[in-house]
Design a protein around this ligand. Structure first.
Ligand code: C2E
Ligand code: MG
Ligand code: MG
Length: 262
């Protein structure tokens, strides 16, 4: 039950039960690896591998998210630098890490991020934070300030699950995002004629605002081909790879680098 999970989650970090998986984000133009999204997993001793849906809400309510979030940020930053070292000469890949509102609303996030960046030192702009619109809209004034400080530190900012909230489009110009991630519900939309119209409009809007676009939930070759045809630069989804361990990600990077060198 929930109370048990809560107290187990308190001990999970110390017991080494929290890990990060990495899902590739691919350039649609040539299907090369552009980066990875870091996704948290909890290896529960009895329940097995738990997805974030099972524990992030608990972590947010109890405040444990601050500790978990910092762990994820540190882990992903260190991993990113290791990957970048292994692929000298090629354009450096990026890693994006999900951030909760509880983390953004704390001023310490800036301090945490500064020390993570100082210690790991990835290429400028290649460590990105992913935030959802609901989070930003909760307190737009404060969020705008925090986001600008995050950018000033040299981190990237992606607006996650774009299109699922109720945000005013006008906010898009106020916040310093460099990337929009189109929610998978748009990519999966069954309505035949409408999908391309909506997708094309979001993509054009983002590009006109100077942002890059990642489509989430590309599950088939047809999805990937259509997204590319609609002008989308990047995609993420089971078609290109499920969330994988850092070692598997490293192998994927090496295989791509080898292919590119041929
Ligand atoms: P998200 O940031 O939108 O992450 C994308 C989710 O979609 C991931 O689920 C991923 O496994 C899944 N996904 C990727 N490709 C496909 C696809 O082709 N089809 C389908 N159906 N799903 C796909 P996951 O790993 O279960 O994470 C769920 C959510 O939990 C994330 O949504 C994010 O909001 C949150 N989350 C994950 N890791 C963290 C973390 O470290 N910190 C915080 N605060 N939240 C996290
Ligand atoms: Mg995300
Ligand atoms: Mg998302």
């Amino acid at each position: 039950d929930r109370l048990t999970l809560e107290s187990e989650l308190r001990r999970a970090l110390a017991r080494d039960e929290i890990t990060m998986l990495y899902q590739p984000i691919v350039r649609l133009e040539d299907r090369s690896i552009a980066g990875f999204e870091a996704l948290m997993r909890w290896h529960h001793p009895k329940l097995g591998r738990l997805p974030p849906a099972e524990f992030i809400a608990i972590a947010e309510e109890t405040g444990l998210i601050v500790e978990l979030g910092l762990f994820g940020l540190e882990r992903a930053a260190r991993q990113l630098v290791e990957w970048q070292r292994s692929m000298r000469g090629i354009e450096p890949i990026f890693a994006s890490v999900n951030v909760s509102s509880r983390q953004l609303l704390r001023h310490d996030l800036i301090q945490d991020l500064r020390s993570v960046l100082a210690r790991a030192a990835p290429a400028r702009g290649t460590l990105k934070l992913e935030l959802t619109e609901s989070l930003v809209m909760e307190n737009p004034e404060h969020a705008a300030q925090m986001l600008q400080r995050i950018r000033d530190l040299g981190a990237g900012l992606a607006l996650d699950d774009f299109g699922t909230g109720h945000s005013s489009l006008a906010y898009l110009q106020r916040f310093p995002f460099d990337t929009i991630k189109i929610d998978q519900s748009f990519v999966r939309a069954p309505a035949k004629g409408k999908r391309p119209v909506i997708l094309r409009s979001i993509i054009a809007l983002a590009h006109d605002l100077g942002m890059e676009v990642v489509a989430e939930g590309a599950e088939t070759e047809a999805d990937a081909a259509e997204l590319f045809q609609l002008g989308c630069q990047y995609a993420q989804g089971y078609f290109f790879g499920e969330p994988m361990t850092a070692r598997e990600a490293q192998q994927l990077i090496a295989a791509h680098a080898y292919e590119a060198a041929q």
